[in-house]
Design a protein. Sequence first.
Length: 254
Amino acid sequence: RTSAEGTSKNLADIIVRRCRVYVQEHESLGSRDCEEIKNRFLNSVIGKDPCNITMNDYDFFMEAARQNISCNKFLFWSKTKEIAHFVSSVYMNINVINPSKCVMTLEDSLVGYMMDGLKWCSRVGMKEMDYSSCPGWNDCELNSVKSFWKRASLYFASIACGNVSVMLNGSISDPFSDSSLFANTESRKLNSKNIDEVNILLVDSPPDRNMCESSSIRELRSVLSGSNIRYKCTALKSTEVKQCISSAQSCNCF
Ligand code: ENP
């Protein structure tokens, strides 16, 4: 990944367009002013040092874009973006009058949906976004994009409720890595008052090794125990997950 890339082309239009599509497809959100949401987003960063954007800089935007999400649907993920998003888009409960998603990732919420895959930053003294270059993910801790996803993750974790799931990558040595947003932000914000149980879904562990017992996952278990949150850990194969959700009529694959 290069640090030379600047703000995504047509950022403002993309935000408004995605916002309108999302609002149209989710009646329960009520009416939202997508122009206002876009303006609040741009104002969070325009004219500011792209390496000194804090989570709080996005608070005014978050206030306009936040929503309620039904309990028991939250799906967190780390190093499993592709399969987690595949699951959230295909895994449906079609056994009722209106079909509904079995799980929701942050990117299935308005906040995450609008910004997924985009890049942005501005500079001190600039009156617009910087389309020529932006700091990379690891160039500075307080970069515009990382602080945004931290803020959004904080929001998503703090409203999570019921039985929630997290899809982790069992094929890497450190699925619960300190540098991931799930490890350093989301897992620590889960609130035992609202959460019944965390279902740790370990995808594609080596056949000869139960990654649920690995030191990395033991670390997650101790974070959850420390917050008085119950958990269970299930090892799954991605092929089986895909097969089950593709033919599922209700939410009973995991
Ligand atoms: P990760 O580590 O899989 O990272 C999630 C996303 O953050 C990646 O898909 C990538 O976004 C961006 N990202 C992470 N590391 C780098 C990076 N290192 N880099 C450029 N981009 C990077 O999982 P996390 O951190 O635990 O975050 C997932 C959780 O946070 C989910 O539960 C969800 O709620 C929330 P992209 O757009 O490039 O795919 C060096 C350069 O999102």
